[in-house]
Structures are given as C-alpha cells and as structure tokens.
Design a protein around this ligand. Structure first.
Ligand SMILES: NC(=O)c1ccc[n+]([C@@H]2O[C@H](COP(=O)([O-])OP(=O)(O)OC[C@H]3O[C@@H](n4cnc5c(N)ncnc54)[C@H](OP(=O)(O)O)[C@@H]3O)[C@@H](O)[C@H]2O)c1
Length: 252
C-alpha cells in the first residue's frame, strides 16, 4: 500500500488490539510507530504486515516511564516528520485480590501505565499536533466496559479506566483550539491475550463463575482505522464495541 502521508503512534502494538489496529493502519497507508516494552513483539507485528517494514518503526517503550515516552515521540518525529493519530492503547490490570489487600505498588503501577502513561503520551502528541502544518490531529484512548462498570476485585483497573473517560473529555475540550479531536473506544471481550481467561470462566457480581463470549479483535482494529480516517471536524466521541451476549447490558 503506498503511503497516505499520515503518521500514527500506537502503544501496546505488539499484541491484541494494538497489533490489529497497527495492521489496519499500515494496510491503509499510514506510517506507524509501534510502541511497547517487548521489541520482538513489535517486530513480529511488522512482519505480519508483510511489507518489509516500510513505513514502520518499532520503539521499545515503557509508558510507565516518562523518559521512555519522550524518546518514543522524538523517534517518531525524526522518522516521519509529523503526527496525525495517537492511539493510547497500552494497558494492564493488577492481580485479582480483595480491594483491602491490594498492595499499593500494584495500584500505582496500574495508575502509571493506564492513566499517567496515556496522559503523558497525550501531552507529547498535543505539543506536536498544535505546532505542525497542517495543524491538528486525533487522539484515541482505549477505555473499556470497565470505564462504565466494574468487575469484582478490579479496583485499580476500573478506577483508571473511569479516569481515562475524564482524560478523553479534557483532551476533547482543550484540544479544540488546536484542531485536535479525541475519541474513546470502550471494548468488551475482544479476543486477545488479556481476555484468554474468559473461556475458562470469570467471576461475576453474584459470586458465580461464568464463561463469557468473546469476539474477533479485528473488528476493533477496523473501528480504530475508521475513527483515524474521519476528517478533523468530525468526531466519534465514544464507541462501545463488545461481544453481543457478554454480561453488561441488563446487569448480567
Ligand atoms: N480485549 C478486551 O476485550 C479489552 C476490553 C477492555 C479494554 N481493553 C484494553 O485494550 C488495551 C489493549 O489490551 P489487549 O486486550 O489488546 O491486551 P494485551 O494483548 O495484553 O495488550 C496490552 C498491550 O499493552 C502493552 N503494555 C503493557 N504495559 C505496557 C507498558 N508499561 N508500556 C508499554 N506497553 C505496555 C503490552 O505490550 P508489552 O508487554 O510488550 O509492553 C501489550 O501489547 C488495554 O488498554 C486494555 O485495558 C481490552
């Protein structure tokens, strides 16, 4: 696919939703900077794109480390000269435990990655997008069904995903003056390494354990591409994409 002249950064690009989104954007002609801690996983995504790495760079990045994030954005601008789309996708949960027993360091790590990491990436993106010609760009945050309602024993993940909604709204408002649009994709049970446990059964609010349905992650990648290609005067503010029969609507 020839370059479409547009540049994206995708965090967590070495697996799951980030990988699928990267493959969709590369296929559409985007240049993509792939970020994640495991460089070999990022390189595997590039290999799957089957285009000899043209239009892509793999930048080993820990979004829990502000210096590592700064390096990602420097390398992206050095390689491609601008930034049109940031997909804040990298995310983790804490080990499942009673809220009162969750070690503070586990809480802090989830906050650092899911919330502070997305915020610091957005700061870098805004600085680049407001100064480039043409001005502007798009930031897409990966929320979750957990941005709406918790699973049992998931306080760190749920709290940070609710906070991501606040980040999305603030970027949407503060970004207007720079032609920066911000969307949030709330995913429910896309089939990825994070949701492998669904097939073995996961705890429900009523104390039962239940196997939950999943759906093909490529539908999320298609959604991210769709949002990325909207003109900047149009925004898909929030979208929920989920397994049709997962327990959410109807409280079960
Ligand atoms: N799958 C779903 O149904 C679902 C539902 C709701 C929300 N989500 C959200 O979707 C996002 C992606 O999850 P996924 O389902 O695709 O699972 P996944 O395959 O586990 O993806 C998580 C990605 O984040 C990266 N990551 C984790 N910590 C990082 C760090 N400190 N710095 C940089 N990258 C880091 C991981 O790469 P490295 O290990 O190489 O760093 C990995 O590629 C997450 O934000 C998750 O909360 C997914």
């Amino acid at each position: 696919m020839p370059s479409n002249g547009r540049v994206a950064i995708i965090t967590g690009a070495g697996s799951g939703i980030g990988r699928s989104s990267t493959l969709h954007l590369l296929k559409d002609g985007y240049s993509v900077a792939l970020a994640g801690r495991r460089k070999e996983a990022l390189e595997e995504t590039i290999t799957l794109a089957g285009n000899d790495g043209t239009g892509s760079i793999a930048v080993s990045t820990d979004v829990g480390d502000p210096e590592s994030i700064a390096n990602l954005f420097e390398q992206t601008v050095e390689a491609f000269g601008r930034l049109d789309v940031l997909f804040n996708n990298a995310g983790i949960g804490a080990p499942r435990t009673n809220m009162e027993d969750l070690p503070l360091e586990d809480w802090q790590r989830v906050v650092d990655v899911n919330l502070t990491g997305s915020f610091v990436c957005a700061q870098h993106a805004i600085r680049i997008m407001k100064d480039q010609t043409p001005m502007g760009g798009r930031i897409i945050n990966n929320g979750s069904i957990s941005a709406h309602t918790p699973r049992p024993d998931s306080v760190a993940y749920t709290s940070t995903k609710h906070a991501v909604t606040g980040l999305t709204k603030s970027i949407s408002l503060d970004g207007r003056k720079y032609d920066i649009a911000c969307s949030q994709v709330d995913v429910g049970n896309a089939s990825t390494p994070m949701t492998q446990r669904m097939s073995g059964g996961v705890p429900q609010a009523n104390g039962e354990t239940r196997i939950e349905p999943t759906f093909n992650v490529d539908h999320v990648g298609e959604t991210v591409l769709y949002i990325s290609n909207l003109p900047l005067d149009t925004n898909l503010q929030f979208v929920t994409i989920m397994a049709t029969k997962m327990p959410f609507v109807g409280r079960g």
